[in-house]
Design a protein around this ligand. Structure first.
Ligand code: AP5
Length: 239
């Protein structure tokens, strides 16, 4: 599943809605893991980064608003980001919940999101923090290649190479390096985005069920740990 908005009426909120947020540095593997969790749990994968990139590529007004931030590796302003997420979660496919990949990314976004969910009686069911040492992040991001047809088809030139060099295994489309993965932008992304991310971790450590998982292990093991954390939440909710 992708973060492409589905057609349909406005989704309803409620206590039973399963909202899961994925926190992690650029390159921590949020997108990789969010796609797996979404497929397993039958929830939409909502990536704010993808929503912004799609808006830029399809030349929507939102794209003009966010382009300079996304391409320079800076955070998009909180009000714009929260509004985009609010609109996306109104889509029918998010009625039962969603896996949020890369949102919230500042304490202000986390607080605004709590307030938004509270209006419908919902809350964040779990915050999953994928931790990866900074030196590993650089190697992951410089080696990442994405499909030009669907940027959630993600490869790595060493850790997860495609079967045919430069071509997506799933649709045969050309692979490319993401604009913000170029070395000039990478360091800025890490410098600007890590401090507010730690604030978000603190927010959920204080106010929500936060689970930290080591992301510097094979992707299947990361998935197993994340699923284990979600099972623990489900057990405690049912208790
Ligand atoms: P976004 O698209 O969210 O980018 P990001 O946070 O920088 O995260 P990435 O997509 O780079 O990494 P990831 O953690 O998903 O890792 P992945 O699974 O691909 O945001 C882009 C931009 O949009 C931001 O810079 C900002 O401008 C804006 N934006 C987005 N959300 C915003 C918000 N809330 N507020 C304000 N602005 C916002 O994996 C990385 C690589 O590692 C891949 O090659 C993968 O194959 C490999 N890999 C994954 N797991 C493993 C593993 N276990 N072992 C080895 N390799 C692995």
């Amino acid at each position: 599943m992708t973060s492409t908005a589905a057609e349909g009426p406005v989704a309803q909120g409620g206590e039973e809605r399963r909202i899961i947020v994925m926190i992690g540095a650029p390159g921590a593997g949020k997108g990789t893991q969010a796609a797996r969790l979404a497929a397993t749990l039958g929830l939409p994968h909502v990536s704010t980064g993808k929503l912004f990139r799609d808006a830029v590529h399809s030349q929507q007004p939102l794209g003009a608003q966010v382009r300079s931030y996304v391409e320079s590796g800076s955070l998009v302003p909180d009000d714009v980001t929260v509004d985009v997420v609010e609109q996306r979660l109104r889509q029918r496919d998010a009625r039962d919940g969603a896996i949020l990949d890369g949102f919230p990314r500042t304490r202000a976004q986390a607080v605004a999101f709590d307030e938004l969910l509270a209006k419908t009686g919902a809350r964040v069911a779990a915050a999953l923090y994928v931790e990866v040492p900074t030196e590993e992040l650089m190697a992951r991001l410089t080696g990442r290649r994405i499909c030009t047809l669907d940027d959630q088809h993600v490869y790595h030139i060493v850790a997860r190479p495609p079967k045919i060099t430069g071509r997506c295994d799933l649709d045969g489309a050309r692979l490319e390096q993401r604009h913000d993965d170029k070395p000039a932008t990478l360091q800025r992304r890490l410098d600007q985005q890590l401090p507010p991310m730690y604030d978000v971790v603190d927010h959920y450590a204080d106010d929500g069920p936060l689970f930290s998982v080591r992301g510097d292990q094979p992707a299947d093991d990361v998935t197993d740990e994340l699923m284990g954390a979600l099972a623990a939440v489900a057990r405690s909710d049912g208790a």
